[in-house]
Design a protein around this ligand. Structure first.
Ligand code: FAD
Length: 377
């Protein structure tokens, strides 16, 4: 049964695969969107999502196979951050009307979503957020600022956390609100990062009217809603990441050979270290998956796995750039850059790995308090 499912999936991914990614940001986005629509139309998207909203509604073990085969086929990713984060939240907390209106267009990437949680003074300490939403009849009036919002410049809907309670209401005064990114009073400004790309943005809300129908869950209940179990997606994501790095570690060994350094004992030792660490990534993902199958939740392995993986990818790219020596300083704009500057870019990109989605320090706090039972920070 498992083998048959895998073989079918592999054949169907091959049949509908849109080919290699085109060059250029706009062309790449169009390629991703076209794939998402095709995948929904052929029942190849949303492994955990309900069928009535375009998903495949697979059993968890089948979702694991799906993650492996999608990584193997190298199908395009979904643009924006909605499908992995907002989607499961709406499936769990949305009204039937919201599910019918929002989910299928999100999965098809007809509508792109971006997350607006962080603010200039509310990142790790998210309950300190200050963007306000004041109820006026059938609308909320939203004022404030968000920052580091990935893909917000291509987004149509921003899923946000806003303050509806008193300024000092902390977690108890936060509401989950969907804001039209094209509404009057919304300004989105891309922020350039050290890779030269502008992957994330700052967002300003100036008297933005948001219909009450765009609230997910009850007023003031947003904090609990964001803490909804995303563990299944995280576990599948960890497995996809482990598969991805299986290939990257091999390519790193190829780089060492191309540099003529693969017979140096210290280089070989480091390559062996990364090969071993990649196996640990796979095993950690497997542990999470086994715990989900047994208990329904991924358990403490999810924070240890995330910390391990983010530190791993930073160290791997540091080593790649060291291997290259001075030429490793050249980025993709330079014709002499090795492999079009991919290792240098990876080195710069992974600086952010231990910041986004919770910093390494916050992961360590979580492990100390929730896994090891040490006193609260
Ligand atoms: C690539 C990337 C993509 C992102 N995408 C999004 C997005 O789409 N949407 C969104 O809303 N946000 C996004 N973020 C923002 C991200 O969630 C925040 O950057 C992160 O939560 C840290 O918040 P901060 O930047 O305000 O740093 P701060 O919270 O100010 O932290 C500064 C430093 O202090 C440390 N620190 C803070 N509190 C503690 C503590 N209690 N114990 C120990 N150390 C502590 C931190 O570890 C860090 O080193 C993204 C960030 C990155 C890098």
């Amino acid at each position: 049964m498992g083998k048959e499912f895998r073989a079918q999936l592999r054949a169907r991914f091959a049949e509908h695969h849109p080919g290699p990614p085109p060059k250029g940001r706009d062309a790449r986005l169009a390629w991703q969107r076209a794939w998402c629509a095709t995948a929904v139309d052929h029942g190849l998207a949303g492994p955990s999502w309900p069928r009535e909203h375009g998903g495949m509604e697979l059993a968890f073990e089948e979702q694991v196979v799906y993650a492996e085969e999608a990584a193997r086929a190298r199908v395009p990713g979904v643009p924006g951050t909605g499908v992995g984060i907002a989607g499961p939240t709406i499936i769990r907390y949305g009204t039937e009307e919201q599910k019918a209106r929002l989910l299928r267009p999100m999965l098809r990437a007809d509508v792109i979503w971006a997350q607006g949680y962080s603010e200039p003074d509310a990142g790790s300490d998210l309950p300190a957020l200050r963007t306000t939403a004041v109820r006026v009849g059938g609308h909320y009036m939203v004022d404030g600022q968000k920052v580091w919002s990935s893909s917000a410049d291509i987004a149509d809907i921003l899923f946000t956390l806003v303050r509806t309670g008193a300024p000092d209401s902390g977690r108890d005064g936060i509401t989950y609100l969907l804001i039209d990114a094209h509404a009057r009073g919304v300004t989105v400004r891309p922020l350039r990062d050290m890779t030269g790309d502008a992957g994330f943005c700052e967002i300003f809300f100036d008297g933005v009217e948001v219909p009450v129908e765009n609230r997910i869950g009850e007023e003031h209940q947003g904090w609990g809603i964001t803490r909804t179990s995303l563990g299944h997606e995280r576990a599948a994501g960890a497995l996809t990441q482990a598969r991805f790095y299986d290939r990257i570690v091999r390519e790193l060994a190829g780089l060492a050979a191309a540099c003529g350094r693969d017979d140096e004992p210290l280089v070989r030792q480091r390559l062996a270290h990364f090969a071993g660490a990649q196996r640990i990534m796979t095993l950690n993902a497997g542990r999470m998956i086994a715990t989900i199958v047994r208990d329904g939740e991924p358990g403490p392995a999810s924070s240890t796995s995330r910390l391990f993986n983010t530190v791993f990818e930073q160290q791997l790219h540091e080593f790649a750039v060291d291997l290259l020596g001075p030429i490793g300083l050249l980025d993709r704009r330079d014709p002499d850059a090795v492999e079009r500057g991919r290792w240098t870019r990876g080195f710069l990109r992974t600086r952010a790995s231990t910041i986004g989605a919770g910093t390494a320090e916050i992961q360590r706090n979580t492990i100390a308090e929730r896994v090891l039972g040490l006193p609260h920070d």
